[in-house]
Design a protein around this ligand. Sequence first.
Ligand code: MIC
Ligand code: SF4
Length: 647
Amino acid sequence: MGLTLTEKILKNHIVDGEFVKGKEIGIRIDQTLTQDATGTMAYLEFEAMGVPRVRTERSVAYIDHNTLQSGFENADDHRFIGSVAKKHGIYFSRPGNGICHQVHLERFGIPGKTLIGSDSHTPTGGGIGMIAIGAGGLDVAVAMGGGAYYITYPKVVKVELKGKLSPWVAAKDVILEVLRIMSVKGGVGKVIEYCGEGVKTLSVPERATITNMGAELGATTSIFPSDEITLEFLKAQGREEVWTELKADDDAEYDEHIVIDLSTLKPLAACPHSPDNVKPISELAGQKIDQVCIGSCTNSSFVDMMKVAHILKGKTVNPDVSLAIAPGSKQVLNMIAQNGALSDMIDAGARILESACGPCIGMGQSPNSKGISLRTFNRNFEGRSGTKDGQIYLVSPEVAAVSALTGVFTDPTEALGEMPEFKLPEKFVINDNMVSAPVDEKDMDSVEILRGPNIKPFPQTSPLDESIDCQVSLKVGDNITTDHIMPAGAKILPLRSNIPAISQHCFTVCDEAFPNRAKNMGKSIIVGGSNYGQGSSREHAALAPLYLGIKAVLVKSFARIHRANLINAGILPLTFVNENDYDKISQGDEISISDVRKAIEEGKTELEVVNTTTGAKIPVLCELTGRTKDIILAGGLLDYTREQLNK
Ligand code: MIC
Ligand code: SF4
């Protein structure tokens, strides 16, 4: 039997475990990336491990999230990350150079290599044929130190693309269609592998739009083959020497099979407040809008910008609409500046933002109250834009640009005439002067680490208690996102290096009183519904609860990265055996899990939670493998890694 592309790359990288679906495997990591909002923690953790130089083939630290710098905090963090990078062998992409995933694809990604990044949209690298996975900062720190990265050996879904996209229908519509079919939890435990004739009709940046938003499926990652289109892209980036051809065997067997005929797709939108709440634009057409934002790691490539500029050229943005555009990288911005497309945008009235995450993570450009905002981004979770009642729709750059002109939801296939051919350039403008190389190992002692006063150490951890007896400090429903658990935005993001301070904002979207209540309880647990922790890779969504004394999280089901982050923080991840038991436990109830440590040491996976307030006995699962079991017993990955290094 042949192999899928995913299996081929994983087989080349396995260092621990065996190839059995659903079992844990450890893989060697060739490349890592971090961004600044998760990076400070990741580098504090890396420092705490005591490994002098990174052991990967390439590690890059990007600054792209916290570029608003409304106080000293962000600028201090940038300097800290820059100095750690210089010392420990990491390339440093300075603020202004662009969004991590866009730049990594352009300048560093290599087909067939493994990449983990402390950002959930790391799968963007799948557009170039990498196994690229989003992870918590601690996992990235361990990988930088040469340690393996552990995933559940995934199921592989074949998404077969047929035909060719119609004019003004975009890669964004392809991934929105996949989201419509599979939902935000449909990808958990799976890798989405694209194949079929339609693949050849998509450029690398289009493929990257699709793999980027695979994160919204909850998938481990998504991947495209590496073919002559990949070679063309790498050639245009002056990096053809890193190309290899990669594809699945013809007789590869997949766990699921989805067929999408590209020629039948229409422009789509993900409606508030979930990326899988997908409707055709034709159903929304004519409704008034307030804001349009174009950019983010999903849709900020050179061709995306050229399409937008073409649509805007010679026109004026509707007087009732604010249009903001953030080109994804210095390379993209520079090229549209040189060829005049930027001028077309400015002329039409676009507000040009720097090449960074910006409004995608609530760093500016929050819409007006109840404002309807069309965004080419990948997440439209409630409140993420910074406006609690903002109504965010996720759309293609084509839909965004044409709607900015008309002031209403507009279907570009109806409103725009013939589509010219938008081609990738034969040569991108290449100038890596905003990437600083690290010093040689022999000179590392000369580099001083610059630590600002906002940078506080990793929170205190302790080995797993013998028994857990405490109250339920919070009960929440289904599809809780990391933006609920640990909100971002301009006010909170600057606190990413300061766990005590950021913890005061934990879950405040759901319940303002939670942080103080949890702190006063000393120890407590959280109860939730299904797909708990979907969204971001931010380990702050585990570290803040850790700081607030959360010992366990009991839910119907978890999202992958968040579950791993909880384990890394030493917080017990529990799931209900019977989902209906969710109703047998309320906020404020006293619970008891007796002899939990012993049970876990003995490898028991079924435990009993006793609700001592009502007397109900609730069977729960705690599925930990050898390694994750030891991490939990040790009190988290940092303690575990230290133990291992001491051995
Ligand atoms: C996001 O899109 O939510 C972020 C901000 O990029 C996060 C990382 C973070 O919270 O710092 C992600 O996707 O992992
Ligand atoms: Fe940045 Fe938004 Fe991409 Fe996250 S999703 S990396 S915030 S652009």
